[in-house]
Write a protein of this length. Structure first.
Length: 356
């Protein structure tokens, strides 16, 4: 899922090289970008949910447990992020562009409650991830102290559902206070704002709870579940357009229901993907390789590589073959640099984390 998600994101940003004005290819690749990030959210929630659920059930869950969980997540995510943030600051400063609200990027609040600036725009999803890592373990800790649950399994479920409901409620507040006029406005004012998006991570956490407590059902109905998820996606990404269900016509559907429905559709796919295995090395090795370096790819591919590349490659009046060549150069640079950062920076830090 991770390899597929980063491939989708890369495909969507390749559009900047070709820049088609309209047509099915542009719409499809733009959809890939949206889906790729949504896959990352649900998958991240699923993985951290399984880790945190085991900690919560097996151990006596204390402030030390929450901090241990957070330390391991921060070892995984912060070093790469701050490295690439520094790279982006240097590039932007050298080019003479402005960096509004730069201080907010250091605490993942660049898009906390409103739309962010155009500096390092792909970082919007990382603030969603990081704040989910904080909200979930400390919500569990706080409310466990208050209510002292006897059934910790059920309490974990109640907390997860409550957090999902809370952040859906924030979307309802948006619906009643902001008038969405277009899909572009919806994209920057709601879809990419942290306070409206944490429920996507917690849907993945809900998947983790279901897989841990109903493993037989999880395995038995993986195909049926995937079909349901696929049908929801077909309706969302093709049926709604056919029925002209657009933000300006149906703002409640888009502001409140659309994003949770997207998360739910992916959640139905998780049982299938979580049990998908292959021993075919021709497929397995490249998928594992892309999966390992996917975080570095995500951080580097757009602001630090693609936008810089387009400054020096004039794509106007280029033939299709020349555009393909630029795309190949872009992908090679992205994968090679990401692999280097993974090998010599990310992996050593992860090894250090495991020693502690």
């Amino acid at each position: 899922m991770r390899a597929m998600a980063i491939t989708m994101v890369l495909c969507s940003h390749i559009l900047w090289i070709y820049n088609p004005n309209d047509g099915i290819i542009r719409q499809l690749f733009a959809l890939f970008g949206f889906l790729g990030v949504e896959f990352f959210f649900v998958l991240s929630g699923f993985l951290i949910g399984r880790i945190l659920y085991k900690m919560y059930i097996i151990e006596q869950y204390t402030i030390k447990s929450a901090l241990y969980f957070l330390k391991r997540r921060w070892f995984r995510t912060l070093p790469n992020y701050y490295l690439v943030l520094l790279i982006n600051i240097i590039i932007t400063w050298c080019l003479g562009y402005s960096m509004p609200n730069l201080e907010l990027y250091f605490v993942f609040l660049q898009n906390g409650f409103s739309m962010m600036s155009t500096f390092f725009p792909e970082s919007w999803s990382l603030s969603v991830e990081e704040w989910a890592y904080i909200v979930l373990p400390f919500s569990l800790l706080l409310f466990s102290i208050v209510f002292r649950p006897k059934n910790k399994k059920r309490f974990f479920l109640i907390m997860t559902l409550s957090l999902i409901a809370l952040f859906v409620c924030f979307k309802m507040i948006y619906q009643f206070t902001v008038q969405t006029t277009s899909l572009d406005e919806w994209n920057v004012s709601l879809k990419s704002v942290m306070i409206y998006r944490l429920d996507a991570i917690f849907v993945g956490v809900l998947c983790a709870w279901v897989s841990s407590n109903y493993s037989v059902v999880w395995k038995k109905f993986k195909l049926q579940s995937a079909v349901i998820g696929g049908l929801i996606m077909l309706f969302m990404y093709f049926g709604m357009g056919f029925l002209n269900i657009l933000p300006e016509n149906y703002p409640f559907v888009w502001n409140v229901l659309y994003l949770p429905l997207a998360s739910l559709s992916i959640a139905f796919l998780v049982p299938f993907f979580s049990q998908l295995e292959t021993s075919i090395s021709l497929l397995k090795k490249p998928v594992e390789f892309i999966s390992r370096i996917s975080y570095s790819i995500y951080l580097l591919h757009y602001s630090a590589i693609l936008q810089l590349l387009l400054l020096y490659f004039d794509k106007s009046n280029k033939t299709l073959t020349e555009l393909h060549a630029i795309t190949a150069i872009y992908l090679i640079i992205t994968v090679v640099l990401s692999a280097v950062i993974y090998r010599f920076y990310e992996q050593p830090i992860m090894n250090l984390r495991d020693k502690n």
